[in-house]
Design a protein around this ligand. Sequence first.
Ligand SMILES: Nc1ncnc2c1ncn2[C@@H]1O[C@H](COP(=O)(O)OP(=O)(O)OP(=O)(O)O)[C@@H](O)[C@H]1O
Ligand SMILES: O=C(O)c1ccc[n+]([C@@H]2O[C@H](COP(=O)([O-])O)[C@@H](O)[C@H]2O)c1
Length: 206
Amino acid sequence: MALTPLRVGVFGGAFDPPHNAHLALVQSALAQLDLAELRIFPTGQAWHKARPLSAAADRLAMARLAFEGIEGAVVDTREIERPGPTYTLDTLRELQRAHPGVQLVLIVGADQARSLPRWHGYEAILATAIISVADRALPTGSSGPFDPGTLAPLPSGARFEQLQIQPMDISATDIRARAARGEDLDGLVPAAVARYIDRHHLYRPA
Ligand SMILES: Nc1ncnc2c1ncn2[C@@H]1O[C@H](COP(=O)(O)OP(=O)(O)OP(=O)(O)O)[C@@H](O)[C@H]1O
Ligand SMILES: O=C(O)c1ccc[n+]([C@@H]2O[C@H](COP(=O)([O-])O)[C@@H](O)[C@H]2O)c1
């Protein structure tokens, strides 16, 4: 009888800063996706983002404050430690080598799911991991469910799962702008992250 492989969740992000929608996503993934654990990867060098990220040490410290109290969630430093541009495929391959036989479940918001064909090694990623997609509220207020059929090309054998979360109109971009104006971040980031941003004067104009 074939044993069902253990499922390990993979959730990456700039986390500049981590916010309450990230937290909801992590909690929903652990509740819904039958994961042995969920590994969270602050990005090293985000080749796909135009703006430079905040220091890795700050993003890592905030990710630890945001996620490490959650049972089953583990903050993983390997993308920050790996030199060169951060490619998710490298992370998936490293995890496969370290934990042969596990089923990797890559968790993304709908915006990132739609951009998957532009990711490095797109077809290999879809051959390696199940993609679990959380809907993301669009800034206009509309929230379109992600449809894998709209991905072109869609490799045969690609597997998708939907992750149910309450759509939350929260983005790190908006939080950085609010912090720059000296506004309160209550309800947008965990309290410990808000204190870290304040103490380290993150996102303030120079
Ligand atoms: N409000 C949200 N709802 C659903 N998914 C989200 C939300 N915010 C971020 N995500 C997902 O979390 C992952 C990491 O996101 P990231 O750290 O880039 O946050 P962000 O808010 O999108 O940041 P930025 O505004 O700086 O681009 C991505 O897969 C993204 O789709
Ligand atoms: O590997 C890639 O080519 C790739 C392209 C775009 C995004 N990603 C990953 O997707 C995750 C979410 O990206 P972002 O921009 O929302 O922080 C993060 O872990 C990125 O490293 C990865």
